[in-house]
Design a protein around this ligand. Sequence first.
Ligand SMILES: NC(=O)c1ccc[n+]([C@@H]2O[C@H](COP(=O)([O-])OP(=O)(O)OC[C@H]3O[C@@H](n4cnc5c(N)ncnc54)[C@H](OP(=O)(O)O)[C@@H]3O)[C@@H](O)[C@H]2O)c1
Length: 379
Amino acid sequence: MTVRCKKLGGGTTEVPVVGQGTMGMGGYLSAEAENDRRFIDALRSGIDLGMTFIDTAEGYGGGHCEELVGRALRGVRDKVFIATKVSPENLSEQSLVRAAEKSLKRLQTDHIDLYQIHWPNPAIPICETMNALERLVAEGKVINIGVSNFSLREIRKAVGALSSTSMAAVQVEYNLFDRSIEKDILPFCEKEGLTTIAYSPLDQGRAGGAGDEAGELESIAAKYGKTKAQITLNWLVSHPSVIAIPKATTRRHIRENAEAADFELSDEDFSRIALLFACEPVAIPVDRIRVSREGEGNRRVYQTVSDAVENALKFVPSPVELAQSLTEGDFLKPVRLIPTTDPSGRYHYDLIEGRVRYWAWVIAHNGKASIPALIRPGK
Ligand SMILES: NC(=O)c1ccc[n+]([C@@H]2O[C@H](COP(=O)([O-])OP(=O)(O)OC[C@H]3O[C@@H](n4cnc5c(N)ncnc54)[C@H](OP(=O)(O)O)[C@@H]3O)[C@@H](O)[C@H]2O)c1
């Protein structure tokens, strides 16, 4: 079986429009080995179904995820396009080269098809990082270069810092709930011929919404004999530069995703979906937001602005560095909130995603400006 392809970054390499994400396979923040066989089998069956683009990162499961990808690729490496990512703490020339060597080893390969900067790090000059990446390209260890979670201004700077290669891809969150990239990054990629890699395309398993729009999406799906997830993926990759990398571990999901691009949505349904899911960010006063909940994968979060400034958890970039970037115009995306049940009435929302971005915003605006947020319906 094959999956429809697009050319990567306007070049000649073809990649399937639906690939495979891997975040959480082999652990989130540290390695977990108990489901290794299941994840390797999942990736292998996705490859057999034509989803031969695999996205991973050195940061996933403390490197264990890359090891699983390496094991899943035994005997089929040549058929697969490997995209991995270097973490923001490894963006100096020396660290980046060392990180790439370690990734190559874990992936059991001699080249990375797409090497992406996972998150920007304002403490390291972008020229230094891009030079190091170009050196890896010259040595044949990296074939294509990409960035992830960069603002448009940061993407432009990174593109401008390349001298012997061009940027192939930009990886960003893009799903029916968060369509922030449509304002600037997506038009830029389409104009400049960069591939837009949509991460969390199924909104981490929530694809299709929860309100009236869910019913409408269901009826569109029924018309095509497809599922809501398939319609969602198809809608995303209907944008000329977009490919999507859903993560699936369930056999049925893997097959569904592989068959998500084998039909065409009518123009009318494409526009209908765009209207149904036109969720705009709202500005919420920062002191109405409670940040005490721990995030997914036991991510830790600061409770006070002074803790955030001190950055004892050593987030890279730190909230202060990110605040500086914000004041220079690098706004990436809204934070995520859910309505809270706080009995004191002080807080109206819980922060569920964007724990460093929240504090960066508070620091950048001295706690005085409302923060752009996307609000999920409460339970
Ligand atoms: N660059 C970055 O900073 C960044 C950030 C986040 C993610 N990513 C990349 O993007 C990939 C995908 O994002 P994600 O893992 O956050 O979320 P996602 O792909 O939007 O959602 C994954 C969830 O959707 C479920 N699912 C998969 N296919 C489905 C289908 N056909 N129908 C219904 N549910 C389905 C999966 O369940 P099962 O597992 O049970 O099948 C899983 O719970 C990641 O794995 C990672 O490679 C990159």
